[in-house]
Design a protein around this ligand. Structure first.
Ligand code: TTP
Ligand code: CA
Length: 364
């Protein structure tokens, strides 16, 4: 694969957070409601958990209508600040697993993992690690789609929800996406769907039969993009929303280890990949931090700042190794090590990668 892109989407996000905060809600049908008078049952559903969805309850529905579909449904008033806080933590976790992270809404992100996937036998292995880490730290599940392009990864993440993991390799794209309804494509909303259906176009396969000129009637200037999407050839890049304040990477040993040589080699590899990443942004850094996760999952961080902003690779690894030596005893056993670099300054000269300035969705 030329690129490896993941789309991560949290499951029933607001409702899942409420269930985490109050485990007695876990198996009950709940919705998170918004509006001036939610406690009196007026307003709209922001999201329904999966038990409530079984009764046909969906985002955007009036609470009164949802109550008619299932009278025992529990309404929880929306707590936006809490969800934003959790979102931030989830995005921080995802950031440590990606070459480039593009957050697309409060609970969704694209990850370009092309470089780091090189050290994995299977892309699904990395996705499993991400899912485990989000569950371990935030007690929430997510669904991950993996593919060569953003739009196919997005379709993939929706196929096995909740708690899904779907990899669509290039040779399987056609077979997997052809029978799907056109609404599965990002950017085809209810209006376009209606227009297409009026012309007898229901599935992605139907859409594939149209030439670019035919597509212009429905998608105008974006016809070429959709022509590519249905062929799994969309070219959009994963673009960060804002310049990152820090960059970090982990090495998972897959077992506990106290072998200093192995850990040092792991750190050198992390430093190398981190340096590739920071070079893409054309940043210099000043602070280097070492993360260590012990055999009992306890995590510690130790930091050291340089006297100047620098962009040399050897300074990342030598500082991290120095910090490691100050922590390791004879029988210290570790699961993972990571490095974070921060305190950035833009290096002069060549352009850095593009940063998307688009607004996030309105509820964000
Ligand atoms: P979604 O990702 O669309 O949905 P979800 O996470 O609730 O469920 P799924 O498992 O199908 O991904 O939206 C993310 C959050 O955004 C959702 O939990 C609540 C909020 N939201 C609204 O406030 N209004 C809306 O109309 C939608 C669709 C979502
Ligand atoms: Ca979601």
């Amino acid at each position: 694969m030329k690129r490896t892109i993941m789309h991560v989407d949290m499951d029933a996000f607001y409702a899942a957070i409420e269930m985490r905060e109050d485990p007695s809600l876990r198996d009950k049908p709940i919705v998170v409601g918004t509006g001036p008078n939610v406690s009196k049952g007026s307003g709209t559903v922001t999201t329904a958990n999966y038990p409530a969805r079984k009764h046909g309850i969906r985002s955007g529905m009036r609470l009164s209508q949802a109550k008619k579909l299932h009278k025992d449904m529990i309404i929880i008033p929306m707590r936006r600040d809490l969800y934003l806080e959790v979102s931030k933590k989830v995005m921080e976790i995802l950031d440590t697993f990606s070459d480039v992270l593009e957050q697309v809404s409060i609970d969704e992100a694209f990850l370009d993992v092309t470089e780091r996937i090189q050290s994995y036998e299977m892309p699904t292995r990395l996705a499993k690690e991400i899912k485990e880490e989000v569950l371990r730290q935030e007690k929430l599940t997510c669904s991950i789609g993996i593919a060569e392009t953003k739009e196919i990864a997005k379709i993939a993440s929706g196929l096995e929800k909740p708690d899904g993991l779907t990899f669509i390799p290039p040779e399987k794209i056609n077979e997997v996406i052809s029978p799907l309804p056109i609404r599965k494509i990002r950017g085809i909303g209810p209006k376009t769907e209606k227009l297409l259906k009026e012309e007898g176009i229901h599935t992605i396969n139907d859409l594939k039969k149209l030439k670019i000129n035919d597509l212009k009637r429905f998608f105008r200037g974006n016809a070429k993009h959709f022509y590519q999407v249905v062929r799994g050839k969309d070219e959009g890049e994963v673009q960060p929303r804002a310049a990152p304040k820090s960059l970090s990477l982990w090495k998972n040993f897959g077992k506990n280890t106290s072998n200093l040589d192995e850990i040092t080699r792991g750190l050198k590899n992390v430093a190398e990949r981190l340096h590739n990443r920071v070079s893409k942004y054309n940043f210099k850094f000043k602070t280097i931090s070492l993360y260590i996760q012990f055999a009992d999952f306890k995590t510690i961080t130790k930091s050291q700042s340089l006297s100047f902003h620098e962009n040399r690779k050897d300074l990342i690894s030598s500082t991290a190794i120095q910090l490691l030596q100050s922590i390791m005893g004879n029988d210290t056993s570790l699961r993972r090590v990571g490095i974070r670099i921060s305190n950035f300054k833009k290096a002069q000269g060549k352009d850095s990668i593009k940063i998307a300035q688009k607004e996030l969705k309105e509820w964000f």
